[in-house]
Design a protein around this ligand. Structure first.
Ligand code: ADP
Ligand code: MG
Length: 605
């Protein structure tokens, strides 16, 4: 047992199903061949007719007893043992690739088969072949697999994969048959979910929150979309429960109306307090303004930012702020804590936030995070083992952003278009891959291009990630700018209502998620808008596909499909877990099935 433990560690294996999923990469089949196929590995009975040593090589001519043909073999590395083994008159079963040379059959360096009719799995792992086989034989048993909650079909499939009787049962054209792949997908999803399931720790809530949202909803200038209503209902059901503090993540595309959900949650918390943290002061300010606009006047709202506060947060019902909140020592406790654009916070800030939520007793605030990074439904289903997930997949109004891949020859037309937009008091954003010149990237940098734009246009603004004053630049640009030159920093969720045209230079270098975030900057006010993906390689399929859809959830799927395309450098693919069989873009049903099974298994116990 101790030995096995060490081997499991070497293999980085943590569950029985992890081991079951170490499937053979190939099999050695010693079943006698029914036919002789040139170019294929065959296993045949052969009798030695003559053998001779020549230049240190052993040449043997065999008679293939079943086929009535001759075949010759050369053994390159030979020992006296070989000479003895292949004495004329002796019988063998040999295995190797059959070649044909001028009508003569050959099998260079065949293996001598001891046991005919066996199929031996070959595993490629860090362990020795014998070690991994011992583990598989000891642990991958019918009983153990049933105990994991697999059904008889799955158990049978795994046993056949590891202990096959015949290769024809499991393989088709050198790969697992579809039904086996299906089982492997399922086991992969099920195993992953099973590991996650143990990890969620729940606390009691500080309060059950049941405030009415009617005063808020009835005064909105629009009707909430069905999805907004659904998510609000989910959150209200979470918050009404004192036994379990909510942990929920609301994922919705840019512009899907998450702010309304935040406000409805704050209403639900009344008469208790809630806290909302945003990643930038601009965003915090916007949220504050929205809250003031849409919440009843009786709700006391405070804004906390580095350097200055608005309203007294000690007295407020709803405290909105940046991470400056984390440094307020007298910040009152609140039974509801929310984080907007959580994907923009660093690890350190998230840890501090945990501290903010810590209470002296055994209770926690309800905690709701909002994210604008759409994830595939499969991933949402997986993550919901740790945290409840709500998806908002539609936007209140269809956003028109005509998206096009362009190259160098299109530049003059682009310049004209930019002039047109500016003439209509619209704004333009141009995103560069780098601030400074670099030999590694075949595109101009922000600094290199700056002069070009500044010469031709008025009110050109420039900012980038390391720019300390970027928030002021953005604010001033919002008021007075024509063109903003930036790096991907503009991902930050600031709204620029007059922005109608974005150019992304070197677009093929960015992940689709990033492109999607960038494109989300334009057309926020229903104005017809354009997104130009400038690339030296405009024939890029990934970019072309991106042009066809504006739905973030479809794009998350596309991102998965193209994850191996290799030209993505910004590392925005966050789906983390890589599966060997499971396709996160396609296998929604498999994941749902695995979740149901886990539920059923849990009930049985
Ligand atoms: P997100 O935070 O998800 O990116 P916002 O909450 O900022 O999106 O909403 C984007 C815009 O849509 C805002 O101007 C908001 O007022 C508007 N909006 C939100 N919900 C609706 C709705 N149900 N109908 C019409 N407009 C809406
Ligand atoms: Mg938002």
């Amino acid at each position: 047992m101790e030995e096995a433990k060490a081997l499991f560690q070497k293999l980085k294996i943590y569950s029985l199903l992890d081991l079951a999923l170490v499937v053979p990469t190939s099999y050695n089949d010693t079943t006698l061949s029914q036919t002789l196929e040139v170019g294929k590995v065959c296993t045949v009975e052969a009798k030695v007719i003559e053998s001779s040593v020549y230049n240190g090589k052993l040449r043997v001519t065999f008679q293939l007893t079943r086929f009535g043909r001759r075949l010759s073999s050369t053994f390159f590395r030979t020992t006296p043992y070989h000479y003895k083994l292949f004495e004329p008159g002796s019988s063998h079963v040999i295995q190797g690739r059959i070649d044909e040379y001028r009508g003569y059959l050959q099998m260079p360096q065949p293996r001598s088969v001891n046991k005919v009719g066996t199929v031996t799995p070959k595993y490629k792992t860090v362990l020795k072949e014998s070690e991994i086989r011992t583990l598989i034989e000891a642990y991958i048993t019918e009983k153990n697999l049933f105990d994991e909650g697999l059904d008889s079909k799955e158990v049978a499939a795994l046993l056949r994969i590891h202990f096959p009787n015949s290769l024809d049962d499991i393989y088709e054209e050198g790969a697992f048959k579809a039904e086996f792949v299906q089982v492997l997908k399922f086991v992969e999803a099920y195993n992953h979910l099973k590991k996650l399931r143990g990890k969620r720790i729940d606390f009691r809530a500080m309060e059950a929150l049941n405030g009415s949202i009617d005063a808020f909803v009835t005064h909105l200038p629009f009707t909430l979309t069905a999805e907004q209503q659904q998510v609000i209902a989910q959150i209200r059901s979470d918050l009404g429960n004192a036994k379990r503090a909510a942990r929920r993540m609301v994922v919705g595309d840019v512009g899907s109306g998450k702010t309304m959900v935040i406000l409805a949650a704050a209403m639900t918390a009344l008469p208790h307090r809630s806290i909302l943290m945003a990643p930038t002061s601009l965003l915090a300010l916007q949220l504050y303004e929205e809250a003031q606009k849409h919440l009843p006047k009786t709700v006391k709202i405070a804004l906390v930012m580095q350097g200055h506060d608005t309203g007294d947060y000690r007295e407020a019902d709803f405290i909105i702020g940046t991470h400056a909140l984390l440094y307020k020592e007298d910040l009152p406790k609140a039974p509801l804590v929310m984080v907007d654009e959580q994907h923009r916070f660093g690890t350190k800030q998230r840890q501090m936030l945990e501290a903010l939520m810590d209470t002296d007793e055994d209770v926690r605030p309800h905690y709701i995070q909002f994210s604008a990074t759409p994830i595939p439904r499969t991933q949402a289903m997986m993550e919901s083992e740790l945290i409840d997930v709500s998806l908002i997949t539609t936007t209140p109004f269809e956003r028109e952003v005509a998206t096009k891949v362009i190259g160098r020859p299109d530049f003059p037309a682009l310049l004209e278009h930019i002039q047109d937009e500016i003439a209509q008091k619209h704004q333009v954003l141009i995103v560069y891959p780098l601030v400074e010149e670099s030999t590694e990237i075949p595109y101009q940098s922000l600094e290199e291009s700056r002069g070009f734009w500044e010469e031709r246009f008025e009110n050109v603004y420039v900012t980038h990630g390391k720019d300390k004053g970027k928030e002021e630049v953005l604010l001033s640009f919002r008021q007075h700018g024509n063109i903003l030159l930036a790096t991907t920093v503009v991902e930050v969720g600031i709204s620029l209502p007059r922005l109608t045209l974005i150019v992304i230079v070197g677009a093929e270098r960015l992940g689709l998620a990033t492109l999607h975030q960038l494109r989300g900057r334009v057309g926020r006010n229903g104005l017809q808008s354009w997104c130009y993906l400038f690339s030296n390689k405009p024939q890029n399929e990934r970019l072309q596909k991106f042009c066809e859809t504006t739905n973030g959830f479809d794009i998350a799927k596309l991102d998965l499909k193209f994850r191996d395309s290799g030209d993505i450098i910004d590392g925005t693919i966050q789906s983390g877990q890589k599966f060997k069989w499971l396709d996160m873009a396609e296998d929604e049903k498999v994941v749902a099935h695995a979740k149901n099974r886990l539920e059923a298994v849990k009930l049985e116990k």
